[in-house]
Design a protein around this ligand. Sequence first.
Ligand code: PMP
Length: 300
Amino acid sequence: MDAEVLYLNGEFKSLEDGWVRIEDRGFELGDGIYEVVKVMNSKAVWLEDHLVRLYRSLGEIRLTDASVGHEFETVLPELVERSGIANGMVYVQVTRGHAPRDFVFPHPPNPTVLAYARAKKLPTEEEIHRGTVLHPVEDMRWARCDIKSTNLLAAVLAKEEAKEAGADEALFLDSEGLVREGGSSNVFAVLDGVIRTHPLSNRILGGITRLHVIEIARALGYTVEERAFTLADITSAAPAGCEVFTASTLKDMLPVVRVGSHQVGDGKAGTVTLTVLDRFRQIQAALVGLPEPRPLAAGR
Ligand code: PMP
């Protein structure tokens, strides 16, 4: 049986026994950062990459010292083991802790450090083939989207709007129609045989999946350019010359079959997308000690 185990400020306890104070700055001010790590076959996938990003986020909000005394490299795998989950996620959050409400930093710092593991279904072959639908919205977020901040209100509203429009994910566009990323994913397009995605900047989160997709696609011989594309590039492309996919930790790569009212390609998962995803899934399975998954490209 899966147990909901929490790591809170150095102690393991059950998730329902974990409390933070009302004046925690994460709660009142959104003064915190987080990470989501995928668990497959009871192993935390690409943990080192997530920890590099976690420490970077902490540095960017000047909270580096919060990680002192918390050995995430060992605590997070231990959390997965104690939770007994095979597939799901580890959620990690670090806030500037509780202090009488004030915008400026409390002295001395008093961070809240927590992590828990939760079982979650990873996408099935059927879901991958069915593909995903994006709903374009104007990007109303702040100008530091490279920090994995717990301030997610703009993404919450965008993703709810997407859901109400019958889509699966929001697609953040700048005022010129340039595709930045998804509500909680990076977005790639295959245009004229070139795989493109928004370059790393303050306008997007540097996704761990994005990183591995780029590396894997290049190793397969594809040209990958970190060069943004517009919504019009997708909607005006000849169906045969266009694929779109999302990339995120808990969903890997998902083929996009529709953006707003526009069908992408032939409305099915694209061949380049599935070829890269097959290699991605092979590599991940090998990393966590699972047998090689059945190729998806063959089932197209
Ligand atoms: N962009 C945003 C805005 C996200 O919230 C996420 C998911 N955390 C991603 C991209 C994908 O990042 P990752 O591959 O590290 O999950």
